[in-house]
Design a protein around this ligand. Structure first.
Ligand SMILES: *Cc1c(COP(=O)(O)O)cnc(C)c1O
Length: 356
């Protein structure tokens, strides 16, 4: 149990008016959670304090070698008026998987969840309530030694900031066009693709710009060794419905283990749908498309929950998935996951966590 000190702001910000477009990750609440790490003290001084700039030496290690990890989850105003989270224990567990890879000290899972709850509780009134909106939660850890040598830092800061965010979709699910990237790669086996780390995103930007320039909204990454197997799409995991079965790339070390991915797999299996976690080649997709058995393609992630893919480009081929519309299963998964998150559907898996 953390003994969290709470220092409230004396100058609260103006909250966005209801109905005002929030966008994503642009507005921040009044408070943040901060906890420090030092070798002799471990994690210490957990506190919720007014949201403010950090003052760091230009020599701070995170600026030079990118020893940093982050997480992403959301708080919702549930149907009964309580604030709630979706599977925060999974974010806590993944934090430590990322920390281990980046040689950052572990944060006890229960402390992580307690910290998230504490800061959300203080800024609870910032949880937007319009359909599709939520309070996005961004925990992250940075290396804070002032040192230019390449080594793991001896000191760190764990910070959680909160951002009221708008509906991902303005009016229902909207299918996107995806660029299958056959040159740049995001991550390789033995690298840190399974960790949620800023460095992975830095490596991804160039292909994202290329895809945008070509008129596609996201990049589908292929494996780094052979450029043959599908890995993930932008900041989402990818799923295919092929001849009635659900197929998704197996977690291989270079793929981020999404919590939405895990939830979708559990839901599909509970509905009696076969789910295969295995290698999926582009070749297999082209063949399925030619044979008319590529029935649905969708991405999964906290931000969009389900993102239907209408078009897939590979070299000179553009595959239009069915009629480029929204698949039946994609819609059902979206409705079910968001229904559970918002407390509108029974929580059969015990995924909802209330903040009280
Ligand atoms: C965060 C993330 C995902 C999705 O994970 P969720 O836990 O479902 O939000 C997928 N891929 C990458 C690269 C990510 O960073």
């Amino acid at each position: 149990m953390l003994n969290i000190r709470i220092e409230k702001t004396t100058s609260p910000k103006q909250k966005p008016a209801s109905g005002e477009p929030l966008g994503f990750g642009k507005l921040f609440t009044d408070h943040m959670f901060v906890m420090d790490y030092a070798q002799d003290k471990g994690w210490h001084d957990p506190r919720v304090v007014p949201f403010a700039n950090l003052s760091l030496s230009p020599a701070t290690m995170v600026f030079h070698y990118g020893q940093e990890m982050f997480e992403g989850l959301k708080a919702y105003r549930c149907a009964d008026g309580k604030a709630c989270l979706f599977r925060p224990d999974m974010n806590a567990r993944r934090t430590n998987a990322s920390n281990d890879r980046l040689v950052i000290p572990r944060v006890p899972e229960e402390d992580f969840v307690q910290a998230v709850k504490a800061v959300v509780k203080v800024d609870e009134d910032w949880i937007p309530t319009a359909p599709g909106t939520s309070l996005y939660i961004r925990p992250f850890i940075i290396a804070t030694d002032e040192f230019l040598g390449v080594a793991p830092s001896k000191s760190y800061m764990f910070i959680i900031i909160l951002s009221p965010s708008g509906a991902y979709y303005d009016s229902g699910l909207a299918p996107v066009g995806i660029w299958i990237e056959d040159d740049y790669v995001r991550a390789v086996k033995g690298g840190m693709g399974f960790a949620k780390a800023g460095g992975n995103y830095a490596a991804s930007l160039i292909a994202q710009v290329k895809a945008h320039d070509e008129g596609f909204s996201q990049v589908l990454w292929l494996d780094g060794a052979q450029r043959k197997y599908v890995e993930e799409v932008g900041a989402m995991n990818i799923f295919f419905k092929i001849a009635g079965k659900i197929v998704t790339p197996e977690l291989s070390g270079s793929i981020l283990p999404g919590i939405t991915r895990d939830s979708v797999i559990q839901l599909c299996r509970s509905w009696g749908i076969t789910v295969e976690e295995r290698k999926v080649s582009v070749e297999e997709l082209l063949t399925a498309q030619a044979g008319g058995t590529l029935e649905e393609v969708f991405g999964t992630g906290t931000a969009a929950v389900i993102s239907p893919v209408g078009k897939l480009r590979y070299k000179d081929d553009v595959m239009t998935i069915q009629d480029g519309g929204i698949g039946e299963l994609s819609q059902k998964l979206y409705d079910t996951v968001t229904g559970i998150q918002l407390g509108e559907l029974p929580d059969e898996f015990g995924w909802r966590v209330f903040i009280d």
